[in-house]
Design a protein around this ligand. Structure first.
Ligand SMILES: Cc1cc2nc3c(=O)[nH]c(=O)nc-3n(C[C@H](O)[C@H](O)[C@H](O)COP(=O)(O)OP(=O)(O)OC[C@H]3O[C@@H](n4cnc5c(N)ncnc54)[C@H](O)[C@@H]3O)c2cc1C
Length: 406
């Protein structure tokens, strides 16, 4: 099989990039390992999706359904579900499904494989490994898809959006969510989720607090928990016991980059380093969505992935040109900026960044040497929110630095 663009992963990133690639003149193959397209959206039955992209508040499955309907209108997209991509070598993608193993040739490849949840082992959680300790995504699948409650007295570790949303969901289904523990001094979730998922349900959020160890042999009986110091070390004198029959871990996501061990990975995101065209260090391999960097909003996933799809398509047709590169770097107060490289090509750079700490009433600036290329006022911002920054790079020199102005 030969295609212009092969896309791995049929979540929102994969579907958006497939639509854009086809609309830009390419023959596209979209490969998804599950039995349906939609990715993570399929298990997110809460609303809050699509506020920017569709100007409507949709549930996850509704959002996925809309994208899939758009995809079906494109004639040049072939979709393979129940199909696993097992390896990528040069411009050849190996797929496995009920027909066996096949090789597919691609002029461009887009990695849209999403992210997986960190587990107890990833965060070196001490104590035994009894039943009742699980990730938030597993708990979400149990409640929303299988119709089962993972426990009655529940503690959630981690206050990212998944943890916050699951706290509300579990209360609505009749569980007692005793507390959400967060090791950092601020939550990493969106403000709207703290208000709507915790405050509205009187669920305590304990900051600078973590699980010291899990108690229980076959089944979890409770946790030992307490405060941490500024270096995240447990303060033993604050240790207390909390009884629970379920501990849900919402402690972050890791981009699924394993298919391409030669990718140059950005330390701060765990995803590939990319240039302005979403191309990675591997020629003709592009990356978009949660595998690139973890998104809070699916709207941003779709907007970014549509650009990745367009550029992958142009590259497949030999229409992508690279002028002198300009490095894009993070400066004071910024944890990372995507992309890492842009070009002098007349288009505005649409960069995405995350803050290191919470800020109020500050300017974010993009500078090249002493020249200020762009400025953005932020009334308030937290590390949990991904921020879009348009930068006029027409007068940029060798490097652009994005930073919080003193
Ligand atoms: C609990 C939760 C709540 C959320 N709430 C909101 C919200 O309220 N509002 C909002 O806007 N966003 C929300 N999001 C964020 C949004 O859902 C994600 O950002 C988005 O789904 C990421 O899209 P993606 O396509 O990159 O990844 P995914 O949705 O993870 O899709 C990746 C796809 O790739 C497939 N895949 C992976 N490897 C292979 C392989 N080797 N071969 C074939 N297929 C493969 C997977 O099966 C999967 O279908 C939430 C996310 C979670 C987890």
């Amino acid at each position: 099989m030969n295609f212009d663009v092969v896309i791995i992963g049929g979540g929102p990133a994969g579907m958006s990039s497939a639509i854009a690639s086809a609309q830009n003149g390419s023959r596209v193959l979209l490969v998804e390992r599950n039995e349906a397209l939609g990715g993570v959206l399929n298990q997110c039955i809460h609303s809050g999706f699509g506020l920017h992209y569709y100007n409507e508040e949709l549930t996850g499955p509704e959002f996925a359904n809309r994208l899939e309907n758009e995809l079906k209108k494109e004639k040049n997209i072939e979709v393979l579900i129940n199909t696993f991509v097992t390896s990528i070598k040069d411009n050849e993608v190996t797929i496995v499904n009920s027909n066996g193993e096949q090789k597919v040739k691609a002029k461009s490849i887009i990695l849209a494989t999403g992210a997986r949840e960190k587990t107890a082992a990833n965060i070196c959680l001490t104590g035994s490994r009894p039943a009742g300790v699980m990730t938030a995504g597993t708990a979400q699948k149990m409640v929303n898809i299988m119709g089962k409650l993972p426990g009655k007295d529940i503690v959630i570790l981690g206050s990212g959006d998944i943890g916050l949303i699951m706290a509300r969901r579990l209360v609505l289904e009749g569980a007692n969510v005793k507390a959400v523990l967060e090791i950092n001094p601020v939550t990493s979730g969106l403000r709207r989720n703290v208000l709507q998922c915790l405050d509205d349900f009187n669920i305590p959020l304990l900051l600078k607090t973590t699980v010291f160890s899990v108690v229980g042999e076959n089944k979890i009986e409770g946790i030992l928990y307490g405060n941490v110091d500024e270096n995240y070390n447990p303060i033993k004198s604050t240790e207390k016991f909390m009884k629970c029959d379920c501990l849900i871990l919402s402690v972050g996501l890791t981009p699924e980059t394993d298919l391409l061990p030669d990718l140059k990975i950005m330390k701060a995101t765990g995803g590939a380093e990319i240039n302005e065209y979403y191309m990675t260090n591997i020629k003709n391999v592009f990356s978009a969505g949660n595998v690139l960097h973890i998104h809070d909003l699916v709207d941003n996933v779709c907007l970014e992935s549509a650009l990745a799809g367009k550029y992958a398509s142009l590259s497949a047709q030999g229409k992508l040109s690279f002028s002198s590169p300009i490095e894009v770097a993070s400066g004071k107060g910024i944890s990372y900026v995507v992309p890492s490289v842009c070009y002098k090509n007349g288009e505005k750079l649409i960069a995405k960044f995350r803050l290191k700490t919470k800020i109020t009433r500050k300017n974010i600036v993009a500078k090249s040497g002493s020249k200020v290329l762009a400025k953005k006022f932020m009334l308030a911002g937290t590390p949990g929110e991904m921020v879009t920054f348009e930068i006029d790079k027409s007068s940029a020199e060798k490097q652009i630095v994005v930073e919080v102005e003193e």
